[in-house]
Design a protein around this ligand. Structure first.
Ligand SMILES: [Cu+2]
Length: 498
């Protein structure tokens, strides 16, 4: 029965067994059971992925045409065990060479899936077998790392997104079931409206100097008769590939503790999520356990961010778990949560006004240890400068769009600890991502902090932030904004080890 969500215990029993391929339970409400191809022999791949154009039915009789993994959206959930080597075969049935990025994992440049680091492409109509040791544990994901540029049928505008769960050596397991949710929009289009101001981040302190630099650059550009640079909007919004009301509900029982593993698989959007009458106890950000788990009434996730949160099911009814933006929720960004023995029309109610603050999950009263070296990065927007697209620069340089590897801008010595001090001279929020390393948040909008480990973080408009990381994974290392239309137009840089 597809409607029966298995308990976590059942899942663990079945996971990895030979029966799993045929009878593995479906922890993903809203779409058909996964095709898991697992084999015991070491020379057989643990998973096989096939990149191909396919149709995805996001609502009854509403079908979008995109590129997926294994003909489904999201791609199959891959479960790995921390430290146990795996092999994955990736077949590319498209005409375009592809990159598959293992987001949030501490892998080598040969595996990571970024052409800028030298990872070989998965050839068009070819195959690449990838072997690596999954780490660290927690919620990771995989997605294409191709540049899309002006092509809205490429890169992460497509359906090439799937979740990875790396089981830790010791799982605390203080919940009854787990549910994976992938948030994703379909049918993108370009618009040239102004930027939508978003003020959900705390602390809200803006830096005057950055603000006047950004505002005067924008004013000068508009005075020259330039339009606003292109932004991307979407027609359809989905969770686990189904629009609100068109997927299978998350079925729960009163008193259960449900672990939600939530992934923002969007190419460009920041997402929010609330469940009326319930709170989320956040236990991990980007898969990494937080020093101070805390309860929040709503979640905010920048592009590529993940949240793992436990919800106690103590408010029976039929509810909409959905985006706070009425328009986006109205166009599908939500999923129904249905208690046993309850039926009727799903209800929505907005949470009280709430600001998202990474600081609340930090270690109390601890300051981060000083770095060996600090890198300064000034981020700026050159409005509509590149054929109508905004060009993004780090310290005045836009990452070139040439093929092949370019010289790195920042140099690392193995074992040293580095601090990246980012100053954002634009009013956009940027989900900043570092490849192949985890970083620690050490200062947000002037407030010192420690202990929160992430691989993507939202840098607020006209704000400053500091991230520390240890150079412990040699090789070229890409750093970029995860917003596709920002990274594709300059917002990237490379670190190398010397
Ligand atoms: Cu950005």
């Amino acid at each position: 029965m597809r409607n029966e969500i298995p308990s976590r215990r059942d899942l663990l029993k079945l996971a990895g067994s030979a029966a799993c391929a045929a009878a593995c339970p479906n922890p993903w409400p809203g779409f058909a059971a996964q095709t898991l191809l697992r084999h015991a022999a070491t020379d057989s791949p643990d998973y096989v992925l096939r990149i191909a154009a396919s149709a995805v039915e996001i609502a009854d009789k509403r079908i979008v045409s995109t590129i997926t993994y294994n003909g489904q959206f999201p791609g199959p959930l891959m479960r790995f065990k921390e430290g146990r080597p795996v092999a994955v075969e990736v077949h590319n049935d498209t005409d375009t060479p592809e990159q598959l990025h293992w987001h949030g994992q501490l892998v080598s440049t040969d595996v990571d899936g970024a052409a800028e680091e030298g990872t070989p492409y998965i050839p068009a109509h070819g195959m690449r077998r990838i072997e690596f040791t999954p780490r660290p544990s927690g919620l990771r994901f995989y997605h294409t790392h191709n540049r899309a540029g002006a092509d809205l049928y490429a890169g992460q505008y497509t359906g090439q997104v799937g979740a990875v769960y790396i089981e830790p050596q010791h799982e605390p397991g203080d919940y009854d079931r787990e549910v994976f949710l992938v948030l994703k929009e379909f049918e993108p289009n370009f618009s040239q409206g102004g930027d939508m101001a978003q003020d959900f981040l705390a602390p809200a302190t803006r830096v005057k100097e950055l603000e006047s630099a950004g505002e005067s650059a924008m004013k000068a550009s508009l005075a020259k008769g330039m339009p606003h640079g292109y932004e991307v909007g979407y027609r359809y919004f989905t969770i686990n590939g189904r629009m609100l009301g068109h997927g299978e509900p998350v079925k729960v029982k009163q008193g259960e503790r449900v672990m939600f593993h939530i992934l923002n698989g969007s190419a460009t959007e920041i997402r929010s999520l609330a469940l009326p009458g319930h709170v989320f106890k956040i236990v991990a950000l980007d898969g990494n356990p937080v020093p101070t788990p805390a309860e929040v009434p709503a979640l905010w996730l920048g592009t590529a961010e993940r949240v793992s949160a436990i919800v106690e099911m103590n408010h029976p009814g039929v509810w909409i778990m959905g985006d706070l933006a009425d328009d986006d929720r109205g166009h599908g960004m939500g999923i129904v949560v249905e208690y046993a023995d309850h039926s009727g029309k799903p209800m929505w109610a907005p949470p009280k006004p709430f600001h998202w603050n990474y600081l609340r999950f930090a270690k109390a009263d601890v300051t981060a240890s000083p770095p060996d070296e600090t890198f300064e990065m000034l981020i700026a927007k050159d409005n509509a400068a590149d054929a109508g697209f905004n060009r993004w620069t780090i310290n005045g340089a836009a990452y070139p769009m040439t093929e092949g590897i370019i010289p790195a801008s920042f140099h690392l010595k193995q074992g040293q600890r580095y601090r990246i001090r980012m100053r954002n001279a634009s009013d956009d929020i940027h989900p900043i991502h570092l490849h192949r390393h985890s970083f620690e948040l050490t200062r947000i909008a002037g407030m010192p902090t420690a202990g929160v480990m992430k691989d993507v973080v939202m840098l607020g408009g006209y704000q400053e932030m500091e991230l520390d990381f240890t150079a412990d994974n040699p090789g070229l290392t890409l750093f970029h904004c995860h917003q596709q239309v920002h990274m594709d137009f300059g917002f990237m840089t490379l670190f190398d080890y010397v």
